[in-house]
Design a protein around this ligand. Structure first.
Ligand SMILES: [Zn+2]
Length: 237
């Protein structure tokens, strides 16, 4: 299931194939897509026939610009610290350069598993943030006390006294369900972690509801989440 560093970099810099509701389709390189959203906001002709309302487009463009600045800055730092070379303007070239260096380090045996996990996390987070900009995930309340920070409620600023459960589950088409805490940022994803969380919270019926929803969300692209139920039932029974 877990993607390699090369696959993660490819998702950002090269057009690639993705499952969408069970259908294989080609997804544009995410950095290219993000740059086009930015140039559309600055009067460029990069708009891809969007029919959204002007106010929505403005919000997307403002978000796209901030995200572009942040992510290209991070990539520039990555390549500069890995290679001692100056970064160039195009983040896709920087990231490819960084990947070449990474592969050399791997070949030399200089990369430990911990480092690889951390780097995969950094790249995954970039991918998620860009995808979330274009397709915001479905977020649902997940009742329960956070096992990590013991928080229960999260108070939102939008409305006086409005509160929501501190734990919430995030559903992205084609991806495993993730549960996250607004307060401490701890998160659980994948079968094993969700099982552990639900055992701690004695919540497996809710996990069942969640995973059923997930399966309908992703169509034929099963993400092995139903197995969680078997594991939970075994553990409970
Ligand atoms: Zn927490």
């Amino acid at each position: 299931m877990r993607q390699t560093i090369s696959q993660l970099v490819d998702t950002l810099v090269a057009d690639h194939q993705e499952f969408d509701g069970g259908v294989l389709r080609t997804e544009q390189a995410l950095l290219t897509r993000l740059r086009e959203a930015v140039s559309a906001s600055t009067g460029g002709s990069g708009s891809s026939g969007s029919s959204s309302l002007p106010s929505e487009r403005t919000a997307l463009n403002a978000g796209a610009f901030a995200l572009w600045e942040d992510i290209t800055g991070r990539i520039a730092s990555m390549v500069e610290s890995a290679t001692d070379e100056r970064s160039v303007k195009d983040p896709r070239r920087n990231l490819r350069r960084w990947l070449r260096e990474w592969k050399e380090q791997v070949a030399l045996g200089d990369i430990r598993e911990q480092q690889e996990l951390r780097q995969a996390g950094v790249l995954t987070r970039m991918i998620e943030r860009i995808r979330d900009l274009f397709d915001p995930p479905t977020v649902k309340e997940f009742p329960g006390v956070c096992p990590s920070c013991r928080g229960r409620w999260w108070f939102t600023n939008t409305k006086e006294g409005a509160r929501t459960s501190v734990l919430h589950c995030i559903l992205r088409p084609g991806e495993p369900v993730k549960v996250s805490c607004y307060d401490c940022g701890e998160h659980w994803e994948g079968e094993r972690e969700l099982m552990r969380l639900s055992l701690v919270l004695e919540l497996w019926p809710r996990v069942e509801a969640m995973t059923t929803h997930h399966v309908t969300l992703v169509g034929n692209d099963l993400v092995a989440m139903p197995d969680v139920l078997d594991l939970l039932q075994d553990a409970a029974g």
